[in-house]
Ligand binder design. Sequence first.
Ligand code: MV4
Length: 457
Amino acid sequence: MAESGKRSKMFQRILVANRGEIALRVIRAAHDLGIECVAVYSEADRGAPYLAMADEAICIGPAPSGESYLKIPRIISAAEISNVQAIHPGYGFLSENAHFAEVCRSCNIEFIGPPEEAMRRLGNKDAARKLAIAAGVPVVPGSDGILRNENEALEVARKMGYPVLIKAAAGGGGRGMRVARNDMAVTAGFKNAQQEAEAAFKDGSVYLEKYIEQPRHIEVQLIADRHGSVVHLYERDCSLQRRHQKLVEESPAPNLPDKVRNAICAAAVKLLQAANYHSAGTCEFLLDKDNKFYFIEVNARIQVEHPVTELVTGIDLVKEQIRVAAGEKLSFTQKDVVLRGAAIECRINAEDPAKDFRPSPGLITKWVPPGGPGVRLDTHAVQGYRVPPNYDSLVAKLLVHRPTRAEAIATMRRALREFTVEGIATTIPLHLEMMAHSVFTEGRIDTTFIERERKGG
Ligand code: MV4
């Protein structure tokens, strides 16, 4: 065992500062590595079945995440009393908070994530963009940094040509963006974006990019160790989304020429090398109608959709992420990463797609999960589980892995039909609709598909 022996710094016990399916995913990865795992929970999650799978579970406060999963002193206290050597932040919550990473490390608790410096730099989209330019990675044509006022915005927009997109430097995942198709919209959009960014992030800086119409969203999964090795695990196509919430992710991206695939992946490696990155991370790109790609942002965390990549590469990303955080070398090199078959993930949310995706928390009265060849279900839910109203509505990630994309779609349809959930509404019917839609089956989805196709988005 590479992890055992006197010289290994491998953790014996870690804490997972998250909830739900990702908390369970981290508990399982820790146990696979022979590491104990401590869970934390809010009062809303007390008694949740996945907590019993942890070696210890500690209450960190009331239901609102601001008083529990986001409260740094409570997480650190739980880590100290439970004697862990590291904290895994999962996704969301504190996962991309550089200050939290710094607090952990200053308390001699390893943060299972990137270095603070890389988190800070990549957390600012303008700084990330500058880093990309310096590393020779293509970015969307845009302003040379932050815009001082609306006149400067107008000047850049006119020179570049419409449409343009005004973006908040501190934003991410679509927050603080404004499309402008003429001078008037730039003036209004600049002020709006600035105010919104100031209110949301306490940082009103905005910049401008050429607006790419109907792009695809292609992201590259990477993992890097502390010994200078940065490896990509190919791409995922996450174009099927609604209001910046992804619905379906898949790998490999359909209809992507190998030449473009290899160029995007090489660009992503260059970028994370330039950022002195280690841990798991993702580089997001837009792909236009001519298959030209542009870097947009880095997600400095493990993502919801990481299992898609695990299926096509056979690599356990969470295990590797824990190993590299302990200072181990990656257990594989770039040439060991081989794509095999096709994988698709459908996010099963407690939302009603027939009622404008209204949240549908509550008691799951019946839960019959799908199974069989090629099916993976990542979930913390069971029959009798109550979905709390306080958090993200993700209840399960249904994944399939088959030799070809057509077979993966067929297996996904079969699995979605097997999956019986009662007591709450879910996005299963929407996924069944999508798996039968020619635009999906032909691999022609772009990021505007749902908003264009479904009334009311
Ligand atoms: C863009 C764009 C078009 N042109 N940038 C949205 C989330 C954030 N990650 C970046 N986003 C976009 N940036 C330029 N210059 C369109 C989007 C966009 C989008 C991107 C990825 C996935 C879904 C999206 C939905 C709407 C807009």
